[in-house]
Ligand binder design. Structure first.
Ligand code: MCA
Ligand code: AMP
Length: 541
């Protein structure tokens, strides 16, 4: 069944916008910056420890704030530096940096220069960063730490220039080739987001400039994001939530953001108050921690607090509302599609639901399997498939926000949406008022603190340890994290001990980013399997 379109839930101003992706984000940003002049855009609190005086000074834009015109100039110079490093339009740039203003300028410059931004978690270990570098063959890697730069160089299979994030400071004025800035077309690739490694190795979802503009533009419209809005930004910058929704959205709306660089409940509370914030975006773990923080009632004074990336338990939704007066707005998205649905700004924000389709996005529920969705489903087939109100079925999405497929994957694994419909791997149902409810996932995925963990990747790593005969990875429910990663291990010698558990956790920590490492290790004599030999994960959970 097709969900009722956004038009029924949004004002005409939001739905009459052109979501047909007839432009690019950089071109839109530059127009906004030209009009905004000296207006403050980004407050850099990422190095607050070194500059405590600057926190809270909203009076002087020069004190920690970067203006629209300064951001335009810095990103222009940084784009020139990327070209000097040898990158040509269409080349990929791996960007693996801790949050900083320089890192932000570098990322924006990649898009302005017509290059393809490939974010990589700065917590990645050598094998994780190496996989991205070997797969995407970047011309440039922007990396803020020598050890990670060395890992990238070692994994490169094509010539690679490695630079630190301070691209602007190194640019030589007057050497910029003219006419190349902000000229990418909507169909050109803009960003490759690594995600969904069902086979153990993440693959890159390719988003075009048109996808980014449509995906971010629909949020600006639906959330009535305006130049007077100010976001407290405490999300990682290397995922769609922090980068596309938080940062790119701020810039498209002509609004401003306080970049905290990391999440700390007290810092969020302080920044909301001192900077007169109107917006906060977080994952459920952040709301869990904020709910218990002194001064959290500041959330109730925001115009909008948004949750996403993982299910926000209704009990937590109600708790935040009771403690702070803030009715969190939950929305739903994926790296491959950016955001698809959202609870309304005006109207009831229903706990346990992700609301209605965003402007320009079609959402439908249909039976999955037998090739449906990714390769097999045609136009309009979703109607009359027997999936109706309240019945769980796979969620499919279609729209100008949806990626055309994964980077250089063979057809079977390419994620090409057939008839435009992208199979999300999430299961949902609509309630009587039309709100979408996420009921589970058909894909094997653990979401811990808003970060996605693919069991196969963790199993591949642990399975390489000589003490492990077999291993399966699942998610164990957790109030704070949503789920935590649990490894079920069949030891080679038949026994298992807390010591071996710790050895395996250390082994994982050397090879995987911290959020993927098993918090819990359990030992079994054998894994439960079906008659065909498939591990029965449901029995382990
Ligand atoms: C940190 N640790 C974690 C996680 N984060 N362990 C499991 N799951 C995690 N998510 C580890 C730390 O390395 C540390 O390990 C220990 O847990 C305690 O760290 P703590 O300081 O408490 O954590 P934190 O640094 O405060 O991080 C918690 C966090 C963070 C702020 C909730 O996980 C976070 O920023 N999550 C947001 C994820 C996100 O942006 N997802 C968007 C992707 P040790 O003790 O060993 O040192 S999804 C997306 O983009 C789609 C499109 C969407 O819909 O949004
Ligand atoms: P990613 O692979 O990082 O793009 O994560 C996308 C996945 O996050 C989706 O397929 C969902 O499983 C999950 N997700 C995102 N937002 C929500 C939400 N509000 N509720 C439940 N799951 C969500």
């Amino acid at each position: 069944m097709l969900l009722r379109p956004a038009a029924e839930h949004l004002p005409a101003s939001a739905t009459s916008l052109d979501m047909g992706a007839s432009g690019t984000l950089p071109a839109a940003w530059v127009r906004t910056w030209a009009a905004a002049g000296s207006a403050p855009v980004l407050f850099d609190a990422t190095s607050a420890a070194a500059r405590p005086d600057s926190i809270g000074s909203t009076a002087s834009p020069s004190d920690g704030w970067t203006s629209a015109e300064a951001l335009e100039a810095a990103t222009r110079r940084a784009a020139g530096r990327l070209w000097q490093l040898g990158a040509a339009p269409g080349d990929r740039v791996v960007w693996s940096c801790r949050p900083s203003l320089d890192a932000v300028v570098a990322a924006l410059a990649v898009l302005r220069a017509g290059l393809v931004l490939v974010p990589a978690n700065p917590d990645y270990r050598a094998r994780e960063l190496g996989h991205v570098v070997a797969d995407v063959r970047p011309a440039v890697a922007v990396i803020d730490e020598p050890a990670r730069a060395a890992w990238a160089s070692a994994a490169a299979i094509a010539p690679l220039a490695v630079a630190g994030p301070d691209l602007d400071g190194r640019a030589a004025a007057g050497e910029l080739p003219g006419g190349l800035l902000d000229v990418a077309s909507p169909s050109d690739p803009a960003l490759i987001g690594y995600t969904s490694g069902t086979t153990g190795a993440p693959k890159g979802a390719v988003l075009t400039h048109g996808n980014l503009l449509a995906g971010v533009g629909s949020l600006v419209a639906a959330w009535r994001w305006e130049d007077g809005d100010r976001l407290v930004h405490a999300l990682p910058l290397f995922h769609a939530h922090g980068l596309c929704v938080g940062l790119f959205g701020t810039l498209l709306a002509g609004a401003s953001a306080v970049l905290l660089g990391r999440f700390d409940p007290q810092a969020v509370v302080d920044a909301c108050g001192r900077h007169h914030a109107t917006l906060f975006f977080g994952v459920p773990t952040m709301y869990h921690r904020l709910a218990g923080a002194p001064g959290a009632d500041v959330l109730g004074r925001l115009r909008l607090a948004v949750s996403g990336s993982a299910p926000l338990p209704p009990a937590l939704h109600r708790r935040v509302s009771e403690l702070t007066g803030c009715v969190v707005l939950e929305r739903y998205g994926l790296t491959e599609t950016l955001m698809n649905t959202s609870n309304p700004v005006d109207g009831e924000r229903r706990p346990g639901t992700v609301g209605f389709p965003l402007p320009g996005v079609e959402v439908r529920l249909a039976r999955s399997g037998s090739g449906s969705g990714r390769e097999g489903e045609g136009e309009g087939e979703g109607e009359g498939e027997g999936e109706g109100e309240g019945v769980a079925a796979e969620i499919f999405v279609r729209g100008p926000n949806v990626s055309g497929g994964y980077w250089e994957r063979p057809a079977a694994d390419a994620g090409r949406p057939a008839g435009g419909w992208f199979a999300t791997g999430d299961l949902g149902a609509v309630d009587t008022a039309g709100y979408l409810r996420i009921l589970g996932r058909s894909k094997e995925l653990v979401i811990s603190g808003g970060f996605n963990v693919y069991p196969a990747e963790v199993e591949d790593v642990l399975g390489a340890h000589p003490a492990v005969r077999e291993v399966a990875v699942t998610g164990t429910p957790s109030d704070e994290w949503g789920e935590v990663v649990t490894a079920w291990v069949v030891p080679s010698d038949g026994g298992g001990s807390p010591d071996l558990g710790r050895v395996l956790q250390r082994f994982a920590a050397e090879r995987l980013a911290p959020y993927k490492c098993p918090r819990i290790v359990r030992f079994l004599p054998a894994l439960p399997r079906t008659a065909l030999g498939k591990v029965q994960r449901a029995e382990l959970r």
